[in-house]
Ligand binder design. Structure first.
Ligand code: PRX
Length: 660
């Protein structure tokens, strides 16, 4: 890795007073503090005013908010009617901005970008919506998307919103098995995909994966297929349909469905610490208002900006900050099909120069991967249009922060470390450019309307903030905000148990946090068994259940460990069934097992075959011990006096030493 000294966490405060801050939406820290105080004192007043100012309503709402975190019965903008696609498209066309660029599609190969104006997007969305209506998709019907990063992915999401069919986008890196589980859970009769995806010069067989996934789902009515590569793919008569010829016959207008503020806009599956992934539900008005407002203020959007978030639409970042947030502001948003390293480590900066990008939003794992190639690629391109550099997905280590700040932002752009989750719908902790002092490694302070509290994980008592003193605990939110997830699809009990019951009266994030002497938040990572690998969230339990489904596996335990590029790597400890032996082929097979049940991004770094796992006398697995061993910190195992068989630890330490 290029030698780059990071600042000590919390020590250096960068005051970025550059053109990025001049005239920013929030002018100073004092202004932020005052606005934040007002917003949390009267959230209904704050959000009610914004909702009327920033959104287009078909019918005004009667009440801003009802329900409570304690009861899990929250509803926002009650009685209000609106349509999200109308808010993202029609209103800009009606304002005479139909010729403004809505989406820049940066294809896998450089130099082939395609631009779509707001009017063109509106037409395409309407045509897709009309095809859906023609084949019987109705308001409330869940629609699954398994799409590459092509503009049609955004068009379909907006078409779903237009006719009131909640979408469930499944990241196209998930395996057939993982896709099947998600299609099955939400019971979606409609699927959108493409023949193939294209990424880093390699094709990804999307249609084939969909075929494998839905072969046992006989409730699927139609699979709508877009052409990306033109590959010859198999089409099942009566079920599969090419979209291009269908679209040709469709009228480019489709009246938007009148949606209730609380109707589901989408489901998005995410991993938890136990069991199968949860289909989190996001509602219509609260979600779009929060995505719009956070995007505008945090990224300091201004007319003429070209905003680029290089995430994938398969994750919440793509939903809120590629599609909905920017379009609900009438901004130009960029969709990036490729990878940071294709064709070389200058790709991102080539994109910035080519399109005069003003805001760039990526993940720490990508920055760390680029750091390995040194700063030269950042010097080859003109990055002077950049004002704001965002990061998301995992804690950003100060060395990566400093590299981003220095080499990409030329010490001129604000680094906006945004903390949030699939559940929160939008960014909840973040600096505001030009207003908040920046501390490497800190997402700094809560967004407006977000009332954070640090709780003691055991007692659940509030750890009060005392100026000048550092404190830590678990991160919770004290009052509801419009875009928080409302429920888990078909499992409200699980929603309550995961988020609202652990600390009654609070929303529990599942993350640990340190608050420094100035009250700045440093999110330290999950306190549950959820791993964060290259910003992808994976439950240990998911990997373990994939492994035990293999014939040779009796038991397994999977843990994360610090990884230089990925943030967190995956280590799987595996006990084989009698009669099986550790061989290179078997290890390969186990790795493939995880790839095929979850997806290649969950591929483990280490598989440690062991005759036993460290358990207490009462049979409880000591994951902490497994984490320390794989992190080569066996000298910090802590109290192991409750172990049933301490010799297990020694043999694991020996074994890991041979692997790492
Ligand atoms: O642990 C936190 C981490 O990512 C988790 C949420 O993952 P997901 O739902 O996939 O959403 C990712 C994109 C919003 C959180 O519980 N996380 C996300 N952003 C940060 C972070 N940890 C520290 N700092 C961040 N900026």
């Amino acid at each position: 890795m290029a030698e780059e000294k990071g600042s000590a966490v919390g020590e250096v405060v960068h005051e970025v007073r550059s053109h990025s801050s001049k005239g920013a939406h929030v002018a100073s820290l004092e202004k932020y503090k005052k606005l934040h105080e007002d917003s949390v004192r009267d959230p209904s007043g704050y959000w009610g005013r914004l909702a009327r100012r920033e959104l287009k309503w078909m019918h005004d709402f009667d009440k801003v908010k009802i329900g409570s975190l304690k009861n899990g019965d929250l509803a926002w903008f009650v009685g209000g009617k609106l349509n999200v696609s109308e808010n993202c498209l029609d209103r800009w066309v009606e304002e005479g901005r139909g010729d403004d660029v809505a989406i820049i599609w940066e294809k896998d190969e450089p130099g082939q970008a395609v631009k779509y104006t707001y009017l063109e997007v509106l037409h395409k969305v309407c045509q897709i919506a009309n095809v859906m209506r023609k084949f019987g998709v109705k308001k409330g019907d869940p629609v699954t998307l398994y799409m590459p990063m092509i503009p049609e992915a955004a068009f379909v999401m907006l078409a779903c919103a237009r006719i009131g069919a909640p979408h469930s986008v499944v990241f196209a890196g998930f395996s057939a098995e993982a896709l099947r589980a998600r299609v099955d859970d939400v019971h979606s009769k409609w699927i959108f995909t493409a023949d193939e995806g294209l990424r880093g010069g390699r094709t990804i067989p999307l249609k084939k994966t969909v075929d494998d996934a839905i072969s046992s789902c006989d409730f699927v009515n139609k699979c709508f297929v877009f052409k990306r590569t033109g590959a010859d793919v198999s089409m099942t008569e009566g079920r599969d349909l090419w979209m291009e010829p269908e679209l040709e016959g469709q009228r480019p207008y489709c009246p938007p469905e009148v949606m209730d503020a609380e109707d589901p806009l989408f489901y998005l599956y995410t991993s938890g610490s136990t069991g199968k992934p949860k289909g989190l539900m996001h509602s219509t008005a609260g979600y779009i208002l929060y995505a719009q407002t956070t995007c505008k203020i945090i990224f300091d959007l201004r007319p003429g900006d070209v905003y680029a978030c290089v995430a994938d639409v398969g994750w919440i970042t793509g939903h809120s900050y590629i599609v909905y947030g920017p379009l609900a502001n009438g901004t130009t948003t960029l969709m990036f099909e490729s990878t940071p390293l294709y064709p070389d480590a200058g790709r991102y900066w080539d994109v910035v120069e080519t399109h005069s990008v003003t805001q760039f939003y990526t993940a720490p794992t990508a920055i760390r991967a680029l750091m390995r190639h040194g700063p030269e690629p950042t010097e080859k391109y003109d990055l002077s249009t950049l004002r704001i550099l965002g990061t998301v997905g995992e804690p950003i280590n100060p060395a990566a922060w400093t590299w981003y700040f220095k080499h990409v932002g030329k010490e001129r752009c604000a680094i906006i470390d945004t903390y949030w989750q699939t559940e929160t719908g939008g960014i909840i902790v973040t600096p505001l450019p030009g207003a908040t002092p920046l501390k490497p490694g800190s997402a700094t302070l809560p967004f407006f309307g977000i009332d954070l509290e640090v709780l003691d994980p055991q007692s659940g008592k509030v750890v009060p903030f005392v100026e000048g003193e550092e404190s830590s605990g678990v991160l919770c939110v004290k009052s509801a905000w419009p875009s928080m997830t409302r429920t888990v699809f078909n499992n409200h009990e699980r929603y309550m148990n995961t988020y609202l019951k652990p600390y009654p009266g609070y929303y529990f994030t599942g993350d640990g946090v340190t608050r420094d002497k100035d009250g700045f938040f440093f999110v330290t990572g999950r306190v549950d068994d959820v791993l964060n690998v290259s910003g992808h969230r994976i439950g240990s339990a998911e990997i373990e259940s994939a492994l035990v489904a293999h014939d040779a596996v009796a038991e397994s335990a999977c843990v994360g460990f610090p990884h230089e590029v990925k943030g967190e790597g995956i280590a799987c400890y595996v006990i084989l069934k009698l009669g099986n032996e550790e061989t290179d082929d078997l290890i390969k097979d186990l790795r493939n097992q995880i790839r095929s049940v979850i997806g290649p991004f969950a591929s483990p770094d280490y598989i440690v075959i062991t005759p036993a796992l460290p358990k207490t006398r009462s049979g409880k697995l000591m994951r902490r011990v497994l984490r320390k061993i794989i992190a080569l910190e066996a000298d910090q195992l802590g109290d192991t006096s409750t172990l049933a068989d301490p010799s297990v630890v020694d043999s694991l330490i020996e074994k890991v030493a041979t692997l790492r």
